[in-house]
Design a protein around this ligand. Sequence first.
Ligand code: SF4
Length: 283
Amino acid sequence: MEIFKADYMGFCFGVKNAVEIAKKSLDEDGSLISYGEIIHNQDEINFLKEKGLEVVYDLDKSLEKKDKKILIRSHGVPKKDIDFLNEHNIEYVDATCVRVKKIHEIVRKHSEEGYEILIIGNPNHPEVKGISGWIEGPLYCANSLEEVRKLNINRDKKYCLVCQTTFYNNIYKEIVEFFNENDYTNIVRYNTICDATKKRQDACVEIAKKVDVMLVIGGKKSSNTKKLFDLCSSYCINTFLIENYREIPYKYIDKKRKIGITAGASTPDWVIEEVIQYVRQSE
Ligand code: SF4
């Protein structure tokens, strides 16, 4: 058996930073409330819960626990949530990734200047909901070229386009080509896809092309992990999305095979290492 590890995989710096902030806070105070799941990885969440982390999905709930600090996760939040925390004097640590903060700043500034904002991404993703909450005026969201075509963009208006940081690079390129071919010069574009995402996507394709079995390690709710899975599946028919070593598909793993490994941006190193160890032990 040969194991091929993607050159880039696992925690991106935004997630790593959020987890480090959480650990530091838990070590100092023994408690912390994460507003939404800090990362899409149940193993890491369980580990942090043992250290005293609680999760709330509704900020009103934080009013009942005012003595505890709130953690804003790397996805960021709408402006109204920050206002709520300030108005109620609730202490918080902001672990919004700097790259997501930059998008908040772009859309805030452009909507103030009269641009209508077009977000390329999934409207139900927390990062996109957060970005939407920094926009004053009209807002559109599209997740594919088909959805962009249906928007009926008005050539007499000015638009500002940003992307969800984990959006597919190839679909973004199709959308840009569509705008170029149709002379939409009234759209200011910011390619805000994070290079951590692109590097992980390119690196997993390189591996998926040459292996018999591809293991994509990450949470089932993680959008960037799902994208890695989709990309790998187009090159390797035996691609599996697993959360941890307990889900290793052993019947596809044997000595003669080449096994590829990649992991989403919210998968901790220790979870990746456990998978590699168990795969090796199955030889
Ligand atoms: S994927 Fe990029 S933008 Fe998103 S949290 Fe990670 S480093 Fe930040």
